[in-house]
Design a protein around this ligand. Structure first.
Ligand code: FAD
Length: 551
């Protein structure tokens, strides 16, 4: 059975059915003419074990406001995308009235029904939504990488998360499934779970996520050690990716060293809605992989799974030296774009279950497994809000735990609006998680009300920790000056004793000549994707000037 697209077209059923004919090979396109019929059809699909990808509705429905209809269908299939295809005769009347609902996430897109053949703008929007559903909800049909594991397994979960963030289709099989038995038979005796069949079809038992990354993406020793690159970018979040695209497109030899998955924090976001040029939003993974491919097209070399352990500053015109476990990289200029990471909760019972029910960050791949369960998100920032919205598509309930009295001081209003409308999400203010445990995986947590000190125990199959940020800078030498929290100082923020001839260093320059900083790692940065990528781009002219002061 193919996944279903449910069309709800009381007035223009023929036109809309015809328009969606091009999807009929891969999806069951089911045309209905009323809210009730659409609901019944969707229930039927679910009852037979099928999936509804999308509801496409006309803007006017007899007996219902279209937003009310979407809310009804959402209770049947919370993961389905929701699209209004307005007939042009209703467009002027309906568009302004429905705009508010779009901003609050009550549906995903408002499009004008095509007026002729080959309306590719319309179909690009539809395909984007199908693709987003495919990468966040559906079990991948293609498995470039196969993982064999049994029961809750933090390593297998970490590998899956890494592959998802790198945009590599993967599937996990139990050892007694047909595919699992096949992989294990070829792995030979003595293979320990999890077993991974990699892109090159080699089978191995990794002991860390990094081993999988190295297998897929190579080591820095692949670079001729005698070669000195123009610029080495440390960290492939939005700042590092932008620096790589601009540096390599302008002819600089560029290497990017990334400790985990390309995309950084942004790569863990289910949907970035406020990045310029993506009116329907874009998943962080997709944005990151597009940027990576763009940089590769211009000649950037990426090394993924390699943490930079140290920087030896080059003196007297010598290149800087970056140390990794897989070799050294010599570079005339270094861009530090190592971003931030989440603060640890520091509760031993919970830390022991990281990867088996407890996750730092939004852990996109773990979201699918929360279906039907109660989960908790800790944190009051935008990342916590996005994670809660994404999780609510799967989990029975999502509770956001915050220390403050509410979300207003720390979260953007568009997310607060979306959360208040979502019946599956609730907020627990003035609260903190103080304990948790379970048999081999997280099963319960204890929450303290900070105003009364009363404690309560809750069943919990998923705890997503999105606490405040800490900079990734322990690998930098002391000569790269930082503020009291560890963020790298640049430009005018650098203490005057480091200034030359009474002038501050350039905007993104650190206290070490030829070492620049961009994005969240920089003291005073805005902590947004657009700001980080803007800084990554802006750093490149400074690198040019450093490499050739006469330029
Ligand atoms: C879940 C979530 C949702 C978000 N949603 C939005 C949003 O909707 N809109 C928005 O504008 N912003 C959003 N943000 C914030 C945004 O993602 C960040 O501001 C942005 O990613 C910062 O980019 P960066 O490149 O500076 O650093 P990061 O994204 O933090 O990337 C740094 C990279 O450096 C790597 N690294 C660290 N140390 C080393 C080392 N020693 N060696 C090699 N590599 C290293 C890390 O693994 C990481 O990949 C969100 C953040 C999160 C976590």
């Amino acid at each position: 059975m193919n996944p279903a697209i449910v069309l709800v077209a009381p007035e223009h059923a023929d036109g809309l059915t015809d328009e969606f004919g091009r999807y009929a090979r891969d999806y069951d396109v089911l045309t209905t003419t009323s809210v009730e019929e659409a609901e019944e059809v969707a229930r039927g699909v679910v009852a037979e074990g099928g999936q509804v990808v999308m509801f496409v509705s006309e803007s006017q429905l007899p007996g219902y406001h279209v937003l009310e209809a979407f809310a009804r269908w959402r209770t049947v299939v919370p993961t389905a995308r929701r699209l209004v295809a307005a007939h042009w005769s209703h467009f002027l009347a309906d568009a302004p009235a429905l705009r508010g609902g779009l901003a609050k996430g009550k549906y995903d897109a408002f499009l004008l029904m095509p007026r002729g053949v080959r309306d590719e703008e319309f179909h690009t929007a539809v395909c984007e939504m199908l693709s987003d559903w495919g990468s966040t909800v559906a079990t991948p049909e293609v498995d470039t990488v196969r993982i064999v594991s049994s029961g809750p397994d933090a390593l297998a979960q970490g590998i899956r998360d890494f592959l998802d963030r790198m945009g590599m289709p993967n599937r996990t099989y139990s050892p007694d499934s047909e595919q699992g038995r096949d992989v294990l038979a070829r792995a030979g005796a003595g293979a320990t779970l999890p077993v991974v069949e990699a892109v090159d079809r080699e089978i191995f038992s990794p002991t860390s996520v990094r081993e999988v990354a190295i297998r897929a993406f190579g080591t820095p020793t692949d670079i001729d050690l005698d070669a000195v690159v123009d610029v080495a970018v440390v960290g492939a979040g939005p700042a590092g990716l932008a620096a790589a695209v601009y540096a390599s497109s302008e002819g600089l030899s560029t290497v990017v060293l990334e400790a985990e998955a390309v995309g950084g924090q942004a790569g863990t976001s289910s949907m970035i809605r406020n990045y310029l040029g993506f009116p329907r939003g874009i998943s962080g993974m997709r944005l990151a992989q597009r940027a990576r491919n763009q940089a590769i097209r211009f000649g950037t070399r990426f090394f993924t799974g390699w943490s930079v352990k140290g920087l030896v500053v080059g003196e007297g015109g010598e290149p800087h030296l970056l140390d990794t476990d897989g070799g050294q990289v010599r570079a005339r200029a270094v861009v530090v774009s190592t971003g931030v990471t989440y603060r640890k909760l520091g509760v031993p019972g919970i830390e022991a279950l990281v990867g088996v029910g407890v996750f730092y960050g939004s852990a996109m791949s773990a979201a699918r497994e929360t279906e039907g369960y109660d989960v908790f998100v800790v944190g009051g920032g935008n990342s916590a809000g996005q994670a809660a919205i994404h999780l609510s598509r799967f989990a029975r309930s999502v509770t956001i735990v915050v220390r403050r009295e509410g979300l207003e001081p720390t979260m953007s209003s568009y997310l607060i609006g979306e959360i208040s409308y979502n019946p599956r999400i609730s907020v627990l203010p003035c609260s903190e998680v103080v304990d948790g445990g379970g048999n081999g995986r997280l099963e319960w947590i204890r929450v303290r009300d900070t105003s009364t000190t009363e404690e309560s125990t809750h069943e919990c199959r998923g705890l997503f920790l999105l606490l405040g940020a800490e900079p990734h800078c322990d690998w930098l030498p002391a000569s790269v000056a930082r503020d009291e929290r560890g963020f790298v100082l640049t430009g005018r923020d650098i203490p005057t004793r480091f200034w030359a001839d009474g002038l501050p260093p350039a905007n993104l320059e650190t206290t070490v000549p030829g070492v620049f900083a961009a994005g969240d790692i920089r003291a005073g940065s805005m902590k947004r994707v657009a700001a980080a990528s803007g800084e990554g781009a802006s750093v490149v002219p400074l690198v040019h000037t450093w490499l050739d002061p006469t330029s």
